[in-house]
Design a protein around this ligand. Structure first.
Ligand code: NDP
Length: 280
């Protein structure tokens, strides 16, 4: 259990030595001037990690926000992701997609590049392309997203580079403990998407009482729980007050009893697609 995460800039060390902040800003469904403003508020508030993807259509604005923040590039951790269509088209399309991502960001490297979804029959080929990108040092770390245990087992049989990260749906209603254990065992850092259940966490009323003990909101309790479970948290908001509130996680700690109470809320409930059954 992680209790030593002290600030928004505290990092975990990935299996290749790269340091990745435990906390960052999600940006799905945030575009244009809205995402740019959100990134700037976040960076001013101490966030040093931004999560994007080709499919979010916001890499240009995120690159602009990083440059306009005046914070040196090497102090900000940027993740992007390879979209499914490129996996289906093959290795050349994957490499071009990565080149285009760097061009939109106007960056020489990303800190982390992920395969967005485990497209059946395609993700092992795509991984070889990510390994090349990694060898070229244009991604300081490479990883996967939405991989279940069987996908990871399959990939690890052939991978030269062990994925540094697996980003999956994770929140108190979907803890997928065996997947988390697998990641720990194989030195793959677990990262959560949808840590606030894409806005539905407010319906988990069991968190209210724990929040009241610590004078924290349901959202803050859910995010703190995730961090203490050992998962990287990237809540998305485009609202300044929420961006600030979501980062107020480092002045309290959940007790083992509270952690267990939240752990017992798991219902295997997804708010997003099932990685074994998606059609996009
Ligand atoms: P989140 O669980 O982060 O929830 C985001 C939603 O919650 C938004 O509607 C936001 O609204 C709202 N919200 C944020 N903070 C608060 C708050 N304090 N109180 C009440 N409501 C709040 O869902 P996401 O799906 O966005 O996941 C986080 C990130 O993970 C994404 O943005 C993306 O970067 C990544 N992701 C990755 C996926 C993958 O396949 N790898 C899939 C999905 C997401 P508002 O903006 O109006 O504040």
């Amino acid at each position: 259990m992680q209790n030593n995460i002290a600030t928004t800039t505290t990092t975990t060390t990935l299996n290749n030595g790269v340091k990745m902040p435990w906390f960052g800003l999600g940006t799905w469904q945030a575009r244009g001037g809205e995402v740019k403003a959100a990134c700037k508020w976040a960076l001013t508030a101490g966030y040093r990690h931004i999560d994007t993807a080709f499919i979010y259509g916001n890499e240009i604005e995120i690159g602009e926000a990083v440059r306009e923040s005046g914070i040196p590039r090497d102090q900000i951790f940027i993740t992007s992701k390879l979209w499914n269509d490129f996996l289906r088209k093959g290795p050349d399309a994957c490499m071009k997609a990565f080149d285009d991502t760097l061009q939109r960001l106007k960056m020489e490297y990303v800190d982390l590049y992920l395969i967005h979804w485990p497209v059946p029959g395609k993700f092992k080929d795509a991984w070889r392309t990510l390994e090349r990108i990694y060898e070229e040092k244009r991604a300081h770390a490479i990883g996967v997203s939405n991989f279940m245990v069987h996908h990871l087992d399959d990939l690890l049989k052939e991978a030269k580079v062990i994925p540094a990260v697996n980003q999956v749906e994770f929140h108190p209603r979907l803890s997928q403990q065996p997947l988390l254990d697998y990641c720990v065992k194989h030195t793959i850092q677990h990262e959560a998407w949808g840590p606030l259940m894409q806005g539905q966490i407010s319906q988990v009323v069991e968190l209210i009482e724990i929040g009241a003990t610590h004078r924290k909101s349901i959202e803050q309790v859910a995010l703190r729980w995730g961090l203490q479970k050992g998962s990287i948290m990237i809540p998305k908001s485009t609202k300044k007050e929420r961006i600030l509130a979501n980062a107020s996680l480092f002045d309290f700690e959940l007790s083992p009893i509270e952690m267990a109470r939240i752990g017992a809320l798991d219902q295997g409930k997804r708010v997003g697609p099932n990685p074994d059954d998606f059609s996009f």
